[in-house]
Structures are given as C-alpha cells and as structure tokens.
Ligand binder design. Structure first.
Ligand code: ZN
Length: 186
C-alpha cells in the first residue's frame, strides 16, 4: 500500500467522528511551537494535543532561519489585523530535541556535499550545542522587528529517549528580551 493510501485509511476513523468544524484559525493555547521535522518530534503527540490547540511550524532542527522569520512576520501581521492592532496573548516557543540530525550539519564534508548538489548552505541549520543554539534561536525572535514587544518567547528541549520536555528558557516577553539584549554583556 502507498503511504498516502495508508494515511487516508488511518484518517477514516478521524473523519467519521469529526465534530470540530467551528474551530477558528487562532489556536486555543495562544501559542506557536517552532520545532524539528523529525518524525519522533511531533508536538501533537508529545503534548497530547487536541486539534486546534497549537500552531506548529517545523523545519530542519526547529531552527529560527530567515524562512521561519519571514513566515512568522506574515502570521504576526495577520494576527495583529485580526485583533485590530490591540495587544493579545501569544507565545512563540522554540523546541529543539536530543539526537537531532542537524547536529551532524556541523561536519564540513556534509556541508560541502549538500552545497555541491544543491548550492545550499546547511550551516544555518547546524546545531553544534543544544542549549547554545536554543538561546540563539529565542534571541533571534527578539531581533525580528515585526514581532511586537508584548509577544512572549520561550525555549525547551525534548528528549527523544525519555519523551520528556525540559524548559530551558523561561517565558519572557520580547520587550524584556530586547531590553536585556540591548545591555552590554558583563
Ligand atoms: Zn531534529
């Protein structure tokens, strides 16, 4: 059976009991998770979510790349429009995970092989150290000028061996993060 046929078969029971036609685009948890495309790292399973609870953006490693920033900017403008420019509760959570494939992207031979075939630079995705990259990615959100000060940001790490999620960067507003980034480092 093709993967698509198998998926459509799996969907039948879901569609049969589906009763969520009145959900809106705005997620119930008022949050977006940016995480890895890895099949083991599916927020719907990890957080035991119901449909409509959470926005999820996935790419290689859950890194805050320019593409992710651009999509987040578009989404932000849409949400600001929906809320008529008034502030509203919204949190952007970056979730990295252990044993991520992007940890191997630091290898120069791999970088060269991908560049040779595609012209693309995977260094942007390379995760050399979980905690450091998570910090960089959450800080990158604060550097996106489209995101308003009242948005909240945070960071966590999912352990693919235990199924547990650990908070690494506690929730703070983008405004607060911008202030601390503007201060000279000690
Ligand atoms: Zn990954």
């Amino acid at each position: 059976m093709s993967a698509l046929k198998e998926l459509i078969h799996k969907n039948e029971a879901f569609a049969e009991s589906f009763d969520q036609q009145d959900l809106t685009m705005f997620p119930e948890l008022k949050a977006l998770v940016i995480t890895c495309v890895d099949a083991r790292v599916d927020p719907a399973n990890i957080f035991n979510l119901k449909i409509g609870e959470l926005l999820v953006s996935r790419n290689l490693g859950g890194r805050v790349t320019q593409k992710i920033q651009d999509e987040l900017s578009i989404l932000t403008v849409l949400m600001l429009k929906m809320n008529e420019g008034k502030s509203f509760n919204f949190e952007v959570i970056v979730m990295h995970h252990t044993h991520c494939g992007t940890q191997s992207f630091v290898k120069e031979d791999l970088q060269q092989a991908v560049h040779h075939k595609t012209g693309l630079d995977i260094a942007e995705y390379a995760n050399h150290d979980l905690e450091t990259c998570l910090q960089q990615d959450v800080e990158a959100l604060a550097r996106n000028p489209v995101l308003p000060d009242f948005f909240k940001v945070s960071g966590c790490i999912y352990d693919v061996k235990t199924g547990g999620v650990q908070e690494s960067i506690g929730t703070t507003t983008i405004g607060e993060m911008r202030k601390s980034l503007a201060q000279p480092k000690q």
